[in-house]
Design a binder for this molecule. Structure first.
Ligand SMILES: [Zn+2]
Length: 296
């Protein structure tokens, strides 16, 4: 039992990005004002979005279960209304870990169909790793396949699915009149992204999702990445260029017949040395791309 608990913790930490042994006691939840009525909360795991208004509070993602009391306290200090909707940008544990706690407080969870599918069943990964099904209360109650609008507090929030990007169930959350976009894990600012290829993610899907985000953004758009600091269109453009350059470099190696063990990781990630200092190292990112495109 202890070993099973340990492996669950390790798996959660893996999604936490960057730490192998999370100490949630030390995590502080920091609110950052994005614009009138919208906040980004930073703690451990994916960035949280918060939309305040008289008809109810809307929350986007919820980090890890142990952080729910701290997150709740910060939300209570900012919001006058209860959390009405909790939108999940995708199913990973560092974005949905608090689902149960917030559903118990009355939030209705909203997400893409595949988020419910993955949270409701045990997920098996290669090398015997797996993630247990979440309790039913933590599953999304309102789901959609392509897009959905949520009309609240005078805003029509747009939920937009992107096929096979970071996972198979990603959604952007766009606030058109506020010009704010939460991109979930389709955007890791200034870091190589994690692409969950075992769960339907693809690098090309991430590039397509980023291009769609660039289309709806202008120079004033505030962009909340899944991980990293609050961003703008220029930051997203830089990320897009990195993805294109890295894809081209790896495809060239494949064309030249380079074997995986002969890849020059430092050379291939030249110019992006700082990008591999997080959860996904240059080695992991290059090899993921190589493996993905070699099987294409
Ligand atoms: Zn993720």
């Amino acid at each position: 039992m202890a070993i099973r608990n340990l492996s669950l913790i390790l798996l959660l930490s893996c999604f936490a990005c960057f730490l192998t042994a999370q100490n949630f006691d030390k995590v502080r939840i920091k609110p950052i004002k994005v614009t009138e009525d919208i906040y980004m909360l930073v703690g451990a795991g994916g960035n949280i979005g918060l939309f305040l208004g008289a008809e109810g509070t809307v929350m986007i993602d919820d980090q890890f279960a142990p952080l729910a009391p701290k997150i709740s306290a910060v939300i209570d200090s900012l919001a006058d209304t209860n959390i009405k909707y909790l939108i999940n940008t995708h199913w990973h544990g560092d974005h949905t870990g608090g689902n149960m706690a917030f559903a118990e407080k009355g939030a209705t969870i909203v997400a893409h169909d595949n988020v419910r599918e993955r949270l409701s069943k045990q997920q098996i990964r290669p090398f015997g790793r797996s993630t247990e099904a979440a309790p039913e209360m933590a599953w999304p109650k309102l789901t959609f396949s392509e897009s959905m609008s949520v009309h609240i507090n005078g805003e029509s929030i747009q939920l937009i699915h992107h096929h096979n990007a970071h996972t198979d169930g990603d959604a952007f959350v766009y606030f058109p009149s506020y010009n704010v976009l939460h991109m979930g894990d389709c955007f890791f600012r200034s870091r190589f992204p994690y692409v969950d290829v075992d769960m339907g993610g693809t690098p090309d899907g991430i590039i397509a999702a980023v291009e769609a985000a660039l289309m709806i953004s202008d120079e004033d758009t505030k962009i909340i990445p899944g991980h990293g600091d609050l961003s703008d269109k220029e930051d997203l453009s830089t990320y897009h260029q990195m993805l294109m350059i890295m894809r081209d470099r790896i495809k060239r190696e494949l064309k030249n017949g380079t074997a995986m063990e002969d890849l020059d990781i430092a050379g291939l990630s030249k110019g992006f040395e700082e990008w591999g200092t997080g959860f996904i190292s240059a080695d992991k990112f290059v090899k993921m791309l190589y493996k993905f495109y070699s099987e294409e």
